[in-house]
Ligand binder design. Structure first.
Ligand SMILES: NC(=O)c1ccc[n+]([C@@H]2O[C@H](COP(=O)([O-])OP(=O)(O)OC[C@H]3O[C@@H](n4cnc5c(N)ncnc54)[C@H](O)[C@@H]3O)[C@@H](O)[C@H]2O)c1
Length: 255
């Protein structure tokens, strides 16, 4: 894709299912990465799997809900690479429960990771994109934020909030040549999805039911997501901003 070689990307949730695929694709495209995740062991594993040096991959163990630590890591990353060009807010977390069985402590945690976390990253990274003369933000929301998802009420509210926030930042930062778009995965086979559908026969039943409901008759794989993220981060998408695109095998066909 055009305009990706030697760009610098901040990727959150980099060590998870979809995050790893994004990092792998970015490295293939010549993008250098500041990989952020709260899970230090998985980050180490990502580093050894990608097998590239510090000049192409820098890692930071950070809870994205912690504004101070996010700022610190972003400043360190910007100093390490000399600038920042791309932000991919991919980290996310949830536990599946009907809303009436949830308590405010759980809401706070879900909001802190899925909504407050991306806000922290925007606040820390946008000034660097603007200083570089422009940049790209891709926010990984969810179809839960477009059409709802039973058992994911607060998560859906955060993802819907992230979509609305992205459109507003796309408007506010267009004059700075910063493009902001949203990618909404449908059910994608990662640890997050496995924890949502559950284990054993019951989990398998939900998994198979999802497969039947998806027009393309399979669940998403992590490698289904990065193509669109790379495209939206590239110069090929130079006239696209404020858009929301689902990668869901046709499960959702939002207008
Ligand atoms: N898998 C799906 O079916 C699906 C569907 C729709 C949207 N999504 C979204 O895709 C994104 C990636 O999810 P995934 O399926 O790869 O999940 P995953 O659990 O495999 O990966 C998520 C990663 O985020 C990291 N993370 C969690 N909380 C963090 C925090 N506070 N600070 C920093 N890192 C943190 C985890 O350590 C993990 O490495 C998420 O935003 C998720 O909401 C996933």
């Amino acid at each position: 894709m055009r305009g990706l070689e030697n760009r610098i990307a901040v990727v959150t949730g980099a060590a998870g299912g979809i995050g790893r695929s994004i990092c792998r694709r970015f490295i293939e495209e010549g993008v250098k990465i500041l990989a952020i995740d709260v899970d230090s062991k998985s980050l180490d594993d990502l580093r050894s799997k990608l097998n590239v040096g510090e000049e192409r991959l820098s890692t930071a163990v950070v809870d994205i809900a912690d504004y101070g630590r996010v700022n610190e890591a972003v400043e360190k990353g910007a100093a390490h690479f000399g600038k920042l060009d791309i932000l991919v807010n991919n980290a996310g977390w949830d536990v599946a429960k009907p809303f009436l069985e949830t308590e405010p402590d759980l809401w706070d945690k879900i909001i802190a990771i899925n909504l407050r976390g991306p806000l922290n990253l925007h606040k820390a990274v946008l000034p660097h994109l603007i200083a570089a003369g422009g940049g790209k933000v891709v926010n990984v929301a969810s179809d839960a934020g477009r059409v709802g998802s039973s058992g994911e009420s607060v998560y859906s509210a955060c993802k819907g909030g992230l979509i609305a926030f992205s459109k507003t930042i796309a408007r506010e930062c267009a004059r700075n040549n910063v493009r902001v778009n949203v990618v909404c995965p449908g059910p994608t086979d990662t640890a997050l999805l496995r924890s949502f559908v559950g284990e054993g026969d019951y989990g398998q039943k939900i998994y198979d039911g999802l497969k039947r409901a998806i027009p393309l008759k399979r669940l998403g794989q992590p490698d289904d997501i990065p193509g669109l993220i790379a495209f939206l981060s590239s110069d090929d998408a130079g006239f696209i901003t404020g858009q929301v695109v689902s990668v869901s095998g046709g499960l959702t066909m939002s207008g």
